[in-house]
Design a protein around this ligand. Structure first.
Ligand code: AMP
Length: 577
């Protein structure tokens, strides 16, 4: 189908198909489940649950249990070891995705197949078609901060890399990017280079070589865009020198990257001095992106969930250039496309694509639902607007009633398909006794306390948390890296404010009766989160998929050690004294 994509790709047709599909979402869900089960009914996994050829939702949900990655791990391990019998899918899995593992401290293996590539392209083209109505693109390029992870062979001979790497390597990716006018400025040698610092430098360089062609600046997650332009602040003069002389800096040592760049880089003193003037004329790098790329129409990447922290910084670099938040999915499979690109990133929603998987939703009305051992999921068309749910995925890549671990809120419907807002990861980040705080609670608390830094013209660059049970009673620790130094008084106030901003009754009650100790704010040396990123890359992760872990348990000892080694100051809250 994608062979002819370049010639026939018509965004309006994509929208028509999407409208037809979403009008018929209920029927399509049943149809999709039927297809998944017909295709894979003879697999070892599905046979085990005694479906006996039944493909209807009721039989499926009665027979097949809800699972998490731990339950599937023994099946996936056999696939990784080279067993190509139909274990989870009828067709043998030939590629494995490696999830980041930043949260648990160890990477997870996840099956990857052609159907996942297809659904990725469907998501990309759907959201592109809607963006295109607002911001039409012409033939041009995209400055994409994308990075392949190191690919390796599993012991069973399967190719393994991060899910984004597997997608970037697929021939469909290039074709789709071409069709949606988002061909990457950088050659593949840069995307798949062995050292992400060298790749990042070259992405910036290639973007500037094609300065006037760049219509979109993007990455998978917004963190990579912010990271890229922060790096630009450090290396821009070196990049200008490279462009002036037509010679790549010696800091890029990889021979394949050097050869690829040599084909693009020619001496261009005018461009070099123009970029120099542009950069020298900016105040505190405000509006850097449109100043460097005058024809850019928007900035694109996932800006929701744990990426919200970076939106302010991105706005600073973007000035008036629109920020458009990208779609919702995971290494295990895609869920929804952002078909309302005009919404600001903070309120972005994702319309579920009813033909890429069968989706169920566990209602999370109150905190008891979070700990319930007998969750009662509802179907996609039975969800209620305004309510929160944990999402469950069944798809063509061997996931059956798989608990992704995300909490979403239903904001409305697009025709008959729900539009979801990402709320947080489901697991409670902070819990000592009867207190229960999620990633969202932590984020809100940090956002509130961060306002106290505004008068000092400072911001939180990144943050994470930890439950410290080594003290009696245990207490919350919040780690902050800031853009500069704040005085003690302000930081003491921030610490008290963080403590007061956890408004869950269990926490407040426990703090009052002192069964939870005073919250501790630990200020980190500049560059600490860089060190964590380096650690993540060294574990086989890729910058494209990096998400700062918002909570670090003692199990993730290496990351905790990095954090603890970099504490420069710490404060204990007096909010409940
Ligand atoms: P990974 O498997 O590394 O790609 O991570 C997938 C996870 O990233 C999802 O389960 C979500 O928690 C998060 N994620 C993916 N897309 C979004 C999005 N659009 N907004 C917020 N979080 C997202």
């Amino acid at each position: 189908m994608l062979e002819k994509m370049e010639a026939i790709f018509d965004p309006e047709r994509v929208i028509e198909e999407f409208e037809a599909m979403t009008k018929d979402a209920g029927r399509l869900q049943k149809e999709t489940l039927r297809k998944i089960l017909e295709q894979n009914g003879k697999t070892e996994y599905l046979q085990k649950w005694g479906l006996d050829g039944k493909t209807d939702p009721l039989s499926f949900t009665r027979c097949v249990p809800l699972v998490s990655h731990d339950d599937l791990e023994p099946y996936i391990r056999r696939i990784v070891e080279g067993d190509d019998s139909p274990i989870l899918t009828k067709n043998p899995i030939k590629t494995i995705s490696l999830s980041s593992g930043t949260t648990q401290g160890k990477p997870k293996f996840i099956p990857f197949n052609d159907e996942l590539v297809e659904s990725t392209m469907q998501i990309f083209t759907t959201s592109y078609a809607f963006r295109n109505r607002l911001f039409p693109l012409r033939n041009g390029k995209a400055l994409q901060f994308i990075y392949g992870s190191k690919q390796f062979q599993t012991q069973g001979g399967l190719a393994a890399g991060t899910a984004t790497t597997n997608v970037f390597r697929s021939p469909q990716f290039h074709k789709t990017m071409k069709a949606i006018h988002a061909l990457c400025c950088s050659p593949d040698e840069v995307i798949f280079g062995p050292d992400f610092q060298q790749s990042l430098y070259c992405h910036l360089l290639c973007g500037l070589i094609y300065r006037y062609d760049v219509q979109v600046v993007s990455s998978t997650f917004a963190h990579s865009i912010v990271h890229a332009f922060k790096t630009f602040e450090q290396v821009w003069e070196e990049i200008c020198a490279d462009i002036r002389d037509g010679v790549l800096t010696s800091r890029v040592t990889d021979p394949t990257i050097r050869t690829a760049i040599a084909k693009l880089l020619k001496p261009n003193p005018e461009l070099a001095s123009l970029i120099h003037d542009v950069c020298s004329g900016l105040s505190n790098w405000y509006g850097l992106i449109p100043a460097l790329f005058p024809n850019a129409k928007y900035i694109y990447g996932i800006m929701t969930g744990s990426m919200e922290l970076y939106v302010n910084k991105l706005r600073h670099y973007a000035a008036d250039l629109p920020l458009l938040s990208a779609d919702y999915g995971s290494s295990e499979g895609w869920i929804g496309a952002n078909v309302n690109p005009c919404l600001p990133p903070e309120s972005a929603t994702f319309a579920v694509l009813p033909n890429i998987g069968y989706f169920e939703f566990i209602p999370l009305k109150d905190i008891s639902d979070f700990v319930s051992s007998e969750p009662k999921p509802v179907g996609m068309t039975e969800v209620n607007v305004g309510e929160e749910y944990e999402i469950i995925v069944t798809n063509f890549a061997g996931m059956y009633r798989y608990r992704l671990g995300d909490v979403v809120k239903v904001m409305g419907f697009h025709n008959a398909t729900p539009e979801l807002q990402f709320v947080c990861r489901r697991n409670l980040l902070l819990n000592i006794n009867i207190d229960k705080n999620t990633e969202k609670d932590l984020q809100l608390s940090v956002q509130t306390a961060e306002k106290l830094l505004a008068a000092e013209k400072l911001e939180v660059v990144d943050f994470t948390s930890h439950v410290d049970l080594s003290t009696e009673p245990g207490h919350y620790v919040i780690f902050w890296e800031m853009s500069g130094e704040a005085n003690d008084e302000v930081l003491k106030e921030c610490c008290n404010c963080l403590d007061r901003s956890f408004v869950d009754a269990g926490y407040m009650g426990s703090r009052k009766v002192k069964t939870i100790g005073p919250l501790e704010l630990r200020v980190l040396r500049r560059g600490t989160f860089h060190e964590i990123l380096d650690h993540f890359i060294a574990m086989g992760g890729a910058l494209s998929q990096f998400k700062t872990p918002r909570s670090v348990s003692s199990k993730n000892s290496k990351v905790l050690q990095i954090l603890c080694n970099n504490v420069v100051k710490s404060y204990l809250s007096t909010a409940y004294d």
